[in-house]
Design a protein around this ligand. Structure first.
Ligand SMILES: Nc1ncnc2c1ncn2[C@@H]1O[C@H](COP(=O)(O)OP(=O)(O)O)[C@@H](O)[C@H]1O
Ligand SMILES: Nc1ccn([C@H]2C[C@H](O)[C@@H](COP(=O)(O)OP(=O)(O)O)O2)c(=O)n1
Length: 422
């Protein structure tokens, strides 16, 4: 039902949509055009010319929790059940420059003989799951491709719409992922993040535990009397080392985000899709803010990671490809949430990648999946750092963390004394 509603929203503007498929690590954009006899159609899809047919699966449900979870589950299902001759790539579809128009899914290249297995699986998927399926067929001379949209016709049969030609499309002005970042990857108020966890509570029991730990929004806290200093940076840049030294030197309270009370729940949310996972981290900041409010009435407060981490990792994960795909400097995605406590100073520790890796090795810990990703994916690391730098209100001040720990401490103490009158 939720799927039918979502589809009835998508279908009226189907032919205005742009489709993006990640082929060989780069996006290939195409749109569709009605068939007119005798019309010249530019040749497309050279990248999939070795295949006889392809399919696209776009996940669409008006229930955003179901949609996000099913997008992850579908990948597992296709990897498990499709013949080995099938190849899967991420894909999406969007209306250029239209906010929240992005739908995500997978593009399937099929080399299996007769394609019967994959067709059977897709027929099953379309009948039971919130998915829009299209097949792509090559013309007899192998030059042109057409797209045919499938529809569930009930009683285990599907009907197809008319064919459209697939035509190449220009890369859009903004990376398509940026259309949906606000309130899907990054949340700009307590309420927006809270709603996501509330909606997930039926299927994720741990969401209820998080909701119970949240501060009441009824009483807005006044600004703490003492300065609040946040230390940010990638894993192993020296945040723990520096925050502990600052605590001891300044006689400050040391807090972190996510707060300790969320530690037992973190692994559960790290397994969830971005919508739910990022809402969890966003809410963690509000719990930490409440703790800052209390401690900050008595002493200065040092905070190990806060909002910058939440937004920077979320934006860098959502946007694929190089740093230039990030939303422009002036984009609203880098703004500070209107209802979140603003620290007096945010310091970003930066480190040469080789030195960071050496410190990780020396620490001898296993890396988190995301940190392995950071290692393997230089682009991701660069995007996280760039997103850190673009977040404003307050913006972070970058400090080179490669000198010995006591020198980094002195450098940051100078900044604190200059900015916070300590
Ligand atoms: N300035 C520094 N110079 C050399 N090694 C450092 C420095 N700061 C931290 N380290 C070491 O690097 C590793 C990572 O530091 P840590 O404070 O745990 O980083 P984070 O909290 O950012 O993950 C630790 O083994 C730590 O002892
Ligand atoms: N305030 C925070 C802190 C961490 N996060 C997220 C961002 C990344 O997905 C991970 C990084 O956490 P990681 O385990 O590397 O953190 P530590 O270095 O252990 O502090 O957590 C967040 O979203 N908001």
């Amino acid at each position: 039902m939720a799927c039918r509603r979502a589809m009835s929203r998508l279908l009226p503007q189907w032919s205005s949509r742009v489709f993006s498929v990640e082929l060989n690590g780069a996006p290939f954009y195409f749109s569709i055009q009605e068939k007119h006899r005798g019309e010249e159609i530019p040749q497309v899809f050279r990248q999939v010319q070795n295949y006889d047919r392809c399919y696209s699966l776009l996940v669409c449900s008006s229930d955003r929790i179901k949609q996000a979870r099913f997008h992850s589950e579908l990948k597992e299902k296709l990897r498990r059940d499709l013949p080995t001759e099938c190849d899967l790539s991420p894909m999406s579809s969007f209306l250029p420059n239209v906010k929240d128009s992005l739908v995500k899914g997978y593009f399937l290249k099929d080399m299996s003989v007769g394609s019967t297995l994959s067709e059977k699986l897709l027929r099953d998927v379309i009948q039971h799951d919130p998915v829009l399926v299209c097949s792509y067929l090559k013309s007899e001379d192998g030059q042109l491709w057409t797209q045919r949209l499938w529809r569930d016709a009930g009683s285990h049969s599907v009907e197809t719409s008319k064919d459209y030609y697939v035509v190449p499309s220009e890369a859009p002005e903004y990376h398509p992922a940026t259309l949906n970042i606000i309130n899907s990857d990054v949340f700009y108020s307590f309420e927006e993040a809270y709603e996501v966890l509330k909606e997930s509570a039926d299927i994720i029991p741990e969401a209820t535990s998080v909701l119970e730990l949240l501060p009441s929004r009824a009483k807005a806290r006044s600004k703490p009397d003492f300065p609040v200093i946040v230390i940010e940076g990638l894993d192993a840049t020296g945040k723990t080392t520096l925050t502990e030294s600052l605590r001891d030197t300044l006689g400050a309270a040391l807090l972190r985000s996510p707060p300790k009370c969320l530690s037992p729940l973190r692994a559960c949310f790290d397994r969830e899709p971005p919508l739910i996972r990022r809402a969890f981290y966003a809410l963690g900041n509000y719990i930490t803010a409440e703790e800052i409010g209390q401690e900050g009435m008595k002493t200065p407060v040092i905070v190990d990671r806060f909002w910058h981490s939440t937004a920077a990792y979320a934006i860098a994960t959502a946007v694929s490809g190089p740093v230039c795909n990030l939303p422009a400097d002036s984009s609203a995605v880098y703004r500070w949430p209107r209802d979140l406590l603003q620290p007096s100073l945010v310091v970003l520790l930066t480190l040469d990648p080789e030195e960071r890796k050496r410190r990780l090795r020396d620490r001898g810990e296993g890396e988190t999946a995301e940190e392995q990703e950071l290692d393997h994916n230089q682009l991701f690391r660069l995007k996280v750092e760039e997103a850190y730098r673009r977040i404003s209100g307050p913006a972070c001040i970058t400090v080179d963390a490669s000198p010995p720990a006591d020198q980094v401490l002195q450098q940051v103490l100078l900044l604190i004394r200059g900015k916070c009158h300590l």
